[in-house]
Ligand binder design. Structure first.
Ligand SMILES: C[S@@+](CC[C@H](N)C(=O)[O-])C[C@H]1O[C@@H](n2cnc3c(N)ncnc32)[C@H](O)[C@@H]1O
Length: 209
């Protein structure tokens, strides 16, 4: 059986669908998808987070998947505690096997979260087609301490369609909002999946006031 691909992932419809797809994808996600597509978004998001000047303290990785964003943060010298939140047991199991996270929590980010007290909140690849939209933003704000730094990747194609602009304006409680557009994949993606090879994401950084 072929492992799932981006087209399957972008067509997800709801939490059960998501858990089913990632149960099939978790084992091969790093070696097949991330390596095969030269998946750059976790490293781009980690770099944007560190540039935004995070405070010392725990960081929450939202839709942590197999832990690629935490691995990128560690590779860039970030030493503080990182907690993983994800809807998929299978993806969390992969993340846990890498020993990068202080805590792994299965939770749906579109619902009020069972955790709080973070000085940093990061996310790569989770605000996208078929996954999570701006309805999750108030839950993330509630989990953060005042002054916390956020770095969230948002697939550029869903920014307008899902209404991220008005959602950020409605939050009210944020400062220093900035965004930059980055390539999600590298050169290898051209041969592997030409339909998605040039997809871009907006990396949004801001602080909770
Ligand atoms: C494309 S993967 C990205 C994983 C990782 N951040 C990366 O960049 O490789 C998206 C992840 O979001 C998780 N996810 C999707 N919907 C979610 C939700 N409502 N709450 C929490 N996690 C969710 C999926 O289980 C999956 O692990």
């Amino acid at each position: 059986m072929q492992p799932p691909d981006l087209s399957n992932a972008y067509a997800l419809n709801g939490a059960e669908d998501c858990q089913r797809l990632y149960a099939d994808w978790a084992q091969s996600y790093d070696t097949d998808f991330a390596a095969g597509m030269d998946y750059r978004l976790p490293a781009e998001t980690a770099a944007a987070f560190l540039r935004a000047g995070p405070l010392a303290g725990p960081v929450l990785d939202v839709g942590a998947g197999t832990g690629l964003l935490a691995a990128a943060l560690r590779a860039m010298g970030h030493e503080g505690a990182i907690d993983a939140l994800d809807l998929s047991d299978a993806m969390l199991a992969q993340a846990g096997s890498k020993g990068l996270y202080r805590r792994l929590t299965k939770a749906d980010v579109t619902q009020p979260l069972p955790m709080s007290g973070y000085t940093g909140i990061v996310s790569s690849g989770t605000f996208t087609h078929g996954h999570v939209g701006p309805e999750a933003l108030p839950n993330l704000i509630a989990a953060a301490l005042p002054g916390a730094v956020f770095a969230l990747s948002i697939n550029a194609a869903v920014w307008d369609d899902l209404g991220f602009d008005p959602a950020f304006r409605a939050l009210g409680t944020i400062t220093d909002l900035d965004r930059s557009e980055v390539a999600i994949y590298g050169q290898a993606a051209q041969a592997r999946d030409p339909a998605h090879a040039t997809d871009t994401a907006l990396i949004v950084t801001f602080r909770k006031s």
